[in-house]
Design a protein around this ligand. Structure first.
Ligand SMILES: [Fe+2]
Ligand SMILES: [Fe+2]
Length: 298
């Protein structure tokens, strides 16, 4: 049963509802994800960025605000990881087949978590190195938001993964747009690395959601539709003044999750050879949910 209106106060996410992909499918997708990031293409906070020339003085107020905003979003990683731990447990709460699935997914989640934590560290480092923030106050500010609970209003495994798919693509697009306008080349470098990682995260989730559609067809249409129908950006309900903030940074670069919907439609079309009424309806629905200005970035 789905509970689209559930909020963080209603309690933790339980083990995700079936259907679950066969473990072998998750394993294939996970291997492809790891192959897409060979060691020669990796980057790190310590050696890949010229922090000594970072200069927040080259940013407009809107750009500085955007950096503060995305630092908060990336820094909330422990909350996001918590959702996966509860939804895909690796203990005796689940039967053996579910454990097999969850164990394969973990090969993705642990690497993804490391990369997202690197994003949080890079943005923190940028703020400090560029003179935008002092480390003690920034740490405290992040902690005030970071300790707030985080939940997603989805119960089905495929819904959680489809949510992440939209989120990763929307974030990638946003970082690319922001990168194109920021006045500090050091920040542009950081955003370039981040966007590249988000693109790989999206590619994994696209692979997985496509497999769900191939294997289960109509049975996963509703859990995917539910994600689009109820989509909220992460932390939209917890960050103080989120919407005011979102509006303030909109002039700098637009953060719009519906930018990702064209990509979702492409995945559905790619996955399904014989279209059914339910799939057609899903595609029409996703399309109708796109912002009128969306599409240019795809
Ligand atoms: Fe990220
Ligand atoms: Fe990501």
């Amino acid at each position: 049963m789905s509970a689209p209106g559930r909020s963080a106060q209603d309690g933790p996410v339980r083990p995700a509802l079936a259907p679950l992909l066969p473990a072998a499918d998750i394993a294939d997708a996970t291997e492809a994800f790891h192959r897409a990031a060979p060691s020669a293409r990796r980057w790190d906070v310590e050696s890949s960025i010229a922090w000594e020339v970072a200069d927040a003085g080259r940013l407009t107020d809107g750009q500085a605000s955007a950096v503060q905003f995305i630092t908060l979003i990336e820094d909330h990683l422990p909350g996001y990881i918590g959702v996966y731990e509860r939804a895909f447990p690796l203990n005796e709460d689940v039967d053996l087949d579910t454990f097999l699935h969850n164990r394969e997914l973990y090969h993705f989640t642990i690497r993804w978590g490391f990369e997202e934590d690197t994003h949080a560290r890079a943005l923190f480092r940028y703020q400090v190195a560029s003179g935008l923030a002092d480390p003690v106050s920034l740490r405290r500010e992040l902690a005030m938001e970071g300790r707030k609970p985080f939940e997603l209003p989805h119960d089905h495994a495929v819904s959680l993964l489809a949510y992440a798919l939209v989120q990763e693509k929307a974030t990638q697009i946003y970082y690319q747009q922001l990168r194109a306008v920021v006045g500090d080349p050091v920040l542009a470098d950081v955003l370039g690395y981040l966007a590249r990682d988000e693109a790989r995260h999206f590619a994994f989730l696209a692979d997985v959601v496509e497999r769900y559609l191939r294997v289960y067809g109509d049975a996963v249409v509703e859990p995917i539709r539910e994600v689009v129908a109820n989509f909220r950006m992460p932390l939209a309900d917890t960050i103080r003044g989120y919407w005011r903030w979102a509006l303030r940074i909109a002039d700098t670069a637009r953060y719009d999750h519906t930018d990702a919907y064209g990509h979702l439609i492409r995945i559905v079309n790619h996955a399904v050879d014989a279209r059914t009424d339910r799939v057609d309806e899903l595609v029409r629905f996703v399309d109708a949910c796109r912002s009128t200005t969306a599409g240019a970035a795809s």
